[in-house]
Design a binder for this molecule. Structure first.
Ligand SMILES: Cc1ncc(COP(=O)(O)O)c(C=O)c1O
Length: 393
C-alpha cells in the first residue's frame, strides 16, 4: 500500500483492519492475539460493547461545543476521577504529552505565583519519557528525542531514577516540581522503589516543590490499582493521565488539588478539544468498568499468571533474564547475549500472530487488555514460544 504519511513511524508489515477483545484481524484476514493493547490504551480490549454504546449514544446528542461551555459527560468523568483519587479538580486535554505539558506549566506558574520568579526549575529522571511536545521531550530523560529540536526549554535537571541521594543533591529552593513515572514505561518497565517515591514526596515537601506523577502509562488499572501511586503510600500533587483513560478514544487529563488548581485561573491554559463530550462519555463508561473491584482483581490475578508463565518461558528458552512490572504492565528483560534485540522478537511474534511491544532495545513489553481471558493469554503465550523457538534457530 502506498504510504502517504511522514516517515517518523516504522509501520509493521501488516495492516490491522478490525478487532474484538484481545484479537485483531489484518486486511488479509489473518488473526493476531493482541498483548500490546495499543500501547497500554485499549484497557478493555477492542470494541467493548459498552464503549460502543456510550459512543453511539453521545454521538446522537453532542459531538463538540467548545470550552465556552461545560458538559455533562465532562463533569461526570471529572467527578468520578475526583471521587476515586486524591484529587479535587481535573483539567482535560487530548493526550499524554498534553497532560504533562499542562502539569509542568501548572507547576511553574504555581511556583512563580506562590514563591517568586526564581522557583521555576524542574527535576526529572534519566531515561524517563513524558511525551513529544518540545517541553515534554526536554523534560523527558532521553536526549535522542530532544537533541534535534534545540534550542530547548531551560531550567530542567535530570537525575538517575531510583537514586535518592541524587534527588536530594539536586533539589533546592528553586525547584518548582519533580516529575516521576511510578514505573518507567518506555525505557523498560522499571518500577520506582517504595523508598524512592516516599523520599521524593518528603523532599518535595521540604523544598516547597510539587510532586508530579506521570501516570499516562501506569494509570487506569494497569497495575491492579486505579493509579499506581496507590501502591506507594504517598499522595502526589498532580498526576497526568491519558492512554487507557479513554479506553481507545483520545483523551488526556491532569488531576490536582484545591490548593493548586486555582493557579489555572481563567485564560491561563486551554485546549480546543479538551473535555470533548464524545471522549468524556466513552472515558466515563470505561472508568466504571476499569474501577470495578472485580476488574482490578482480575488484573492482579491475570498479571500474576502472565508474569509467572513468562518467567517459565524465559527459563526454558534462556531469552529473558528477568520479568518485572506490576499487574498487566510487564517487561521481559533480555538475557545479556540478546541485548539490543527486543525489536527482532516483536517482529518474530507478529509473524506468529502475536502483538507485543518493545520498551527500549532490551525489553519486550506486555500491556494487554485488563479483561484478558485465560484462553487468549494461553494462545498468545503459545505463539510467543513458537516465535522465540524459531528466532533462536
Ligand atoms: C509515561 C508516558 N508519559 C507520556 C506519554 C505520552 O503520551 P502521548 O503519546 O499520548 O502524548 C507516554 C506515551 O507513551 C508515556 O508512556
Amino acid at each position: 500500500m502506498q504510504n502517504y504519511l511522514t516517515p517518523n513511524f516504522s509501520f509493521a508489515p501488516m495492516i490491522p483492519e478490525r478487532a474484538l477483545g484481545s484479537r485483531v484481524w489484518d486486511t488479509e484476514g489473518r488473526e493476531y492475539i493482541d498483548l500490546s493493547g495499543g500501547i497500554a490504551v485499549n484497557a478493555l480490549g477492542h470494541c467493548h460493547p459498552d464503549l460502543i454504546a456510550a459512543l453511539a449514544e453521545q454521538s446522537q446528542k453532542l459531538w463538540h461545543i467548545s470550552n465556552i461551555y461545560t458538559t455533562k459527560p465532562a463533569q461526570e468523568l471529572a467527578q468520578k476521577l475526583v471521587e476515586h483519587t486524591f484529587a479535587d479538580k481535573v483539567f482535560f486535554c487530548n493526550s499524554g504529552a498534553e497532560a504533562n505539558e499542562a502539569a509542568l506549566k501548572l507547576a511553574r506558574k504555581y511556583g512563580r505565583d506562590h514563591f517568586g520568579g526564581h522557583k521555576t526549575e524542574i527535576i526529572s529522571c534519566l531515561n524517563s519519557f513524558h511525551g513529544r511536545t518540545l517541553f515534554t521531550v526536554s523534560v523527558g530523560g532521553q536526549p535522542k528525542y530532544s537533541k534535534d529540536y534545540a534550542p530547548l526549554p531551560q531550567g530542567i535537571t535530570h537525575v538517575p531514577f531510583n537514586d535518592i541521594a541524587a534527588l536530594e543533591a539536586a533539589i533546592n529552593e528553586n525547584t518548582c516540581a519533580v516529575i516521576i513515572e511510578p514505573i518507567q514505561g518506555e525505557s523498560g518497565i522499571l518500577p520506582a522503589t517504595q523508598e524512592y517515591l516516599q523520599a521524593a514526596r518528603r523532599l518535595c515537601d521540604e523544598h516547597g516543590a510539587l510532586l508530579i506523577l506521570d501516570e499516562v502509562q501506569t494509570g487506569m488499572g494497569h497495575t491492579g490499582k486505579l493509579f499506581a501511586y496507590e501502591h506507594y503510600g504517598i499522595t502526589p500533587d498532580i498526576i497526568s493521565s491519558a492512554k487507557a483513560l479513554g479506553g481507545g478514544f483520545p483523551i488526556g487529563a491532569i488531576l490536582t488539588t484545591d490548593k493548586i488548581a486555582p493557579t489555572f485561573g481563567p485564560g491561563t491554559h486551554g485546549s480546543t478539544f479538551g473535555g470533548n463530550p464524545m471522549a468524556c462519555a466513552v472515558g466515563s463508561r470505561a472508568f466504571d468498568i476499569i474501577n470495578a473491584p472485580e476488574t482490578l482483581a482480575h488484573v492482579e490475578k491475570q498479571g500474576q499468571k502472565l508474569q509467572t508463565t513468562l518467567r517459565e518461558l524465559g527459563d526454558k528458552t534462556g531469552v529473558f533474564k528477568e520479568v518485572r512490572g506490576m499487574g498487566l504492565l510487564i517487561g521481559c528483560v533480555l538475557a545479556d547475549q540478546y541485548k539490543g534485540r527486543a525489536s527482532e522478537i516483536t517482529a518474530a511474534a507478529l509473524k506468529h500472530g502475536l502483538m507485543v511491544l518493545v520498551a527500549g532495545a532490551d525489553v519486550v513489553r506486555f500491556a494487554p487488555s485488563l479483561l484478558l481471558n485465560d484462553e487468549d493469554m494461553a494462545e498468545g503465550l503459545k505463539r510467543l514460544e513458537a516465535a522465540l523457538t524459531e528466532w533462536l534457530v
